[in-house]
Design a protein around this ligand. Structure first.
Ligand code: GLA
Length: 436
């Protein structure tokens, strides 16, 4: 290799390097006015883990969380990448101590939050926790939980406390009707900087949408946070018909999140909310689509099921190694839309090494054939291999990629062979109008 470089000659080599840099920069160029990714060293790929909220709400305690940590390890989910255990709302004592410090609720977390963090770390897991920038957490705002223990005025103190407890991930949830989007940027950035000042790498996850106008999809929040919620809360349904003001189904979220693809990059990712896989409310086909689309969208994969009694069918979805590899691909790209006719949606995600993942999603109510081409997804050549990420089957094609897909189903292929360029896709925002 070195000899080969010498033969090329330094001037030609410099020209080649600069062409490579231009093409690299060109292929990852940011949209005008878009933000730089937060450079705090974490979330180089989307975080994977488990969160208390979707199944347990406020009914949480340290023994439940330890059991779930054990289940993550014993089920093989931890080995598949599910490392962050996030303790959502309602973990805290409704009153700060005399020095203004947060503390765990003494009856449900009697060993304290540092001990919980130690337990998680001892199991090879990471510790996540929930707070808000204003005065009340969402559960406090809705009065189901007493007190007003938000971080307003305590940002540096709380960040230091989290770091001292060994926290690796902070979910910071707006939970207030007040403030413009610019106020949100300033306020979230205050905690971003407080976390940085602790010197501990802490993944910063924000939700600007709770009890507020949906500002999540209105800007690239990569300058403020590692991951940012793009929608209203998810619920365990395929389609709630929500336009974003009430709990959203999987398909409603896909409609909003797909057009935001250009914002994703290592260090910062769109967050279409946690997984509903393994909870009642959706068919197996719908749960598979949900998981496949989250992997294609480079979404955080934060499970919310009761892992202690997860079925084989649930674990088969969550531990699908072909799909977790697509989600965790080091390029950190979110799939872009190749086509969408209101029913049949085709997404393509370029992967490190030149493979391309393709999803054929049927948003309609009966089985249909969905077709694209290797050319449309950015591949050139005459022969390609298609690895079916659900069945493991392998086939070849000279250019057509097609599958019969059941209602609400998604066929996903990993396509190799030929050469790869940036996929041709519809302009990001056109997907939004096509989806309505
Ligand atoms: C908001 C968030 C949820 C959860 C709850 C907790 O609704 O969007 O993910 O954190 O608050 O109260």
């Amino acid at each position: 290799m070195i000899r080969h470089i010498r033969q090329i000659g330094t001037r030609r080599l410099a020209a080649m390097v600069s062409a490579a840099v231009v093409s690299l920069v060109g292929s990852t160029a940011m949209a005008p006015g878009s933000a730089q990714a937060l450079d705090n060293g974490v979330a180089r790929t989307p975080p994977m883990g488990w969160n208390t909220w979707n199944t347990f709400g406020c009914n949480i305690n340290e023994s439940l969380i330890r059991q779930m940590a054990d289940a993550l390890v014993n089920s093989g989910m931890a080995a598949s990448g599910y490392k962050y255990v996030v303790v959502d709302d309602c973990w805290f004592d409704p009153k700060r101590d005399a020095a203004g410090n947060l503390r765990g609720d003494p009856s449900r977390f009697p060993s304290g939050m540092k001990a919980l963090g130690d337990y998680l770390h001892g199991r090879g897991l990471k510790f996540g926790i929930y707070e808000v920038p204003a005065d009340k957490t969402c559960a406090q705002y809705f009065r189901s939980y007493p007190g007003a223990t938000g971080s307003r005025g305590h940002e540096a103190q709380d960040a230091r406390q989290f770091a001292a407890w060994g926290v690796d991930y902070l979910k910071y949830d707006w939970c207030s009707p007040n403030g413009t989007i610019n106020d949100q940027v300033t306020t979230f950035a205050k905690m971003r900087d407080a976390l940085a000042a602790t010197g501990r790498p802490i993944l910063f996850s924000i939700n600007p949408n709770s009890i507020h106008a949906k500002t999540g999809p209105q800007r690239n929040w990569g300058d403020v946070a590692n991951i940012w919620r793009t929608t209203e809360d998810i619920t365990n349904r395929w389609d709630t018909g929500s336009n974003g003001t009430s709990a959203m189904g999987v398909q409603n979220i896909i409609d909003v999140n797909v057009p935001l693809a250009s914002y994703a990059r290592p260090g910062s990712f769109n967050d279409p909310d946690m997984l509903e896989v393994g909870r009642s409310g959706m068919t197996d086909t719908e749960q598979r689509s949900h998981f496949a689309m989250w992997a294609m969208m480079a979404a955080p994969l934060i499970a919310g099921n009761d892992v202690r009694n997860a079925s084989t069918a649930t674990l088969d979805i969550l531990k699908n190694s072909g799909l977790t590899a697509v989600d965790q691909d080091p390029l950190g790209l979110q799939a872009t839309q190749v086509s969408f006719d209101g029913t049949r949606r085709v997404l393509a995600k370029r992967l490190a090494g030149g493979d391309v993942a393709v999803a054929l999603l049927n948003q309609g109510s009966r089985t249909t054939t969905i077709t694209t081409t290797t050319r449309a997804i950015g591949k050139a050549g005459t022969s390609f291999t298609l690895g079916n990420l659900w069945t493991g089957a392998s086939s070849t094609t000279t250019g057509t990629v097609s599958a019969g897909v059941p209602a609400h189903g998604t066929a996903v292929f990993r396509i190799s062979g030929g050469s790869t360029s940036t996929p041709a896709h519809t302009a990001p925002l056109s997907a939004r109008s096509a989806g309505r």
